[in-house]
Design a protein around this ligand. Sequence first.
Ligand code: BGC
Length: 765
Amino acid sequence: MKKILLISTMLISLLVAAQNPQSLKSGNSGMNTFISNLMKKMTLEEKIGQLNLLTPGWGIPTGSVVSTDVEKKIKEGKVGGLFGVIGVVKIKQAQKLAVEQSRLKIPLIFGSDVIHGYKTTVPIPLGLSASWDMKLIEHSAREAAIEATADGLCWTFSPMVDIARDPRWGRIAEGAGEDPYLGAQIAKAMVKGYQGDDLSKNNTLMACVKHFALYGAAEAGRDYNTTDMSRVRMYNEYLPPYKAAVEAGAGSVMSSFNEIDGIPATGNKWLLTDLLRKQWGFKGFVVSDYTSVNEMTNHGMGDLQTVSALALNAGLNMDMVGEGFLNTLKKSLGEGKVTQKQIDDACRRILEAKYKLGLFDDPYRYIDESRTLQEVLTTQRRKEAREIAAHTFVLLKNNNQSLPLKKSGTIALIGPLANDKNNMLGTWAVSGDAQMSIPVLEGMKNVGGSSVNILYAKGANLSDDTLFAKKVNVFGTRIDIDKRSPDEMLKEALETADKSDIIVAVVGEASEMSGEAASRTEITIPESQKKLIRALAKTGKPLVLVVMTGRPLALTEENELAASILVTWHAGMEAGNAVADVLFGNYNPSGKLSATFPRNLGQVPIYYNHKNTGRPSAPNSPKFQSNYLDVPNSPLFPFGYGLSYTSFSYSDFSIDKKEMKPGEKITASVTVTNDGNYDGEETVQLYIRDVVGSITRPLKELKGFQKIYLQKGESRKITFTIGIDDLKFYNYNLQWVAEPGEFEIMVGANSDNVNKENFRLVPGK
Ligand code: BGC
């Protein structure tokens, strides 16, 4: 009897402890005390349980394992968090199990891949990055956070900040492209947008920076493949966006699938402890990618017990899906392969995240059905999704001012993506409903109104290859192979074109032709569509191509055939309206490429911030230079490139001094004039070259940009201030230094079109 009484008193005090932590406002010491008290009450199994992240499989599993017995495990205190649970009702059910039926009532953390919007889907991240608009990107992350938290979530597996220079890699769609500086600015903006300034608010989401690290450098652009690179390259070219996200306060980091220096990231102590914690001072928790602990067995690092111990020793705190921690850490502790302190540290990190999110104060903080009704998929947010989308489109070509379209006459709207709902959202839109998206045909009718006649024909399949289509269609039909033959479709398209004044062909990639496990060895528009484009070009009518894609494509042939090319990425649920807004000139396109568009695949990897080599490109020299025999080294469309319906000219470029001492600043200025016929936006870009260095330095590196709006006829003087930090790089010994000597400052409209001035950095105090 006495024993029962004691136990029940203990239980009540535990309940109280778990549910009434010190106020969130009491800062770290309050958090530390609360967690220490809680951990004193936890068994080893419960501590290990906190390190376990499961998915009941209600979302989209991206690996072979889907968790079983989730309910039972939650009640037994064997689960720290869940993902892939969509909707406030299910999240509430799961949270109830944890806080009402587990011994210590520790709340679960609920994550999801909120990658580009939640239910209101905005353009894929590669598209967002092409806006070069940090306010817009931060705002879109903020809106996604409001919407996702209104549906019960408190953690997002975003931003994905992997630098990618190889468009074969399908996941280039999920990041900000090829540049470390732009990538770092975007990483910061997204973390700020998701997390706001107080994680415990019920409308902020904890960010998870991924995939740490170097995942975008997979050999041959093949997903999950090996990466191998020098530390100097890592530090200067690949790590800056992760570091920026950590400095912006991201609450969590996800370790990547790939290996680094021969050790998979998930078990790499140098990466997860020395670099992330010791050098960068990261205070949050590290979660593995989907079964990336277990996959270390395939990498050749040992059995599940060995790799789980390796991961914990390396600094991993939470194991996604694979349950290696859950099932082996106790044994490893007994055998001295891991320490109690390591388990405690990892557990503490997870509990800290829950504390910061306010879950101990109120485990239902993010669960409020009235918010779900009011804040998910609002008209206002859809309106903004449309505006955001329009800002991401990149006009690559516009001969004879074929665009904007007139709101009169007859337009032939042709192509497999012209009247399609299934491919508008893009990859990683796990909570979006494709059927709610606006196809281009509908958008064109909405915006064009009754004075313009729009005729539609599909014209071609996205691809005629049934095996390819089967692989792309794993999550539902994306490539819909028509019952009609390609010839019949083409005939209809040509008849439609014949009745029209201008042709708009909406072509490109299905949404699942990019994203995870969607690498391609061709980066062209599929042959079925190329045939259509060639036939349409032959009609002699002006041909406008709207290209939907999740990666840079080689558009060499299309560039010869079409009068205009507008790249719209996968633009989200308002795609059709946004495309029509831009085509009809209601919005003047302002996007600029964040990743180089090559002439052909043979140029890959291709990026603007490359080195000079000892035999720099000399196109007119027949031999013994770093050239190709068949194509120039230059890309088809360089990084930073994008046109507008208006034109901008640059004049009066100057710098205010020719010598700079450390501690001083240089000001570069240029006058930009809108000398075309429309109001519009321009992104003015600043590049710097360190001409002589102790290690070889890139030909140019982006160091600043300003997106400005100019009315037609308007001029503005733009200034950039350059300080010593803008001249620094990681030297051979990985010290962050600026070396005295000659520098070039370049300002212009894209990485290949710049004005240049030189100055010297001179030693001084
Ligand atoms: C992906 C991650 C994602 C995770 C959870 C993995 O396959 O690589 O980016 O966050 O699944 O859905």
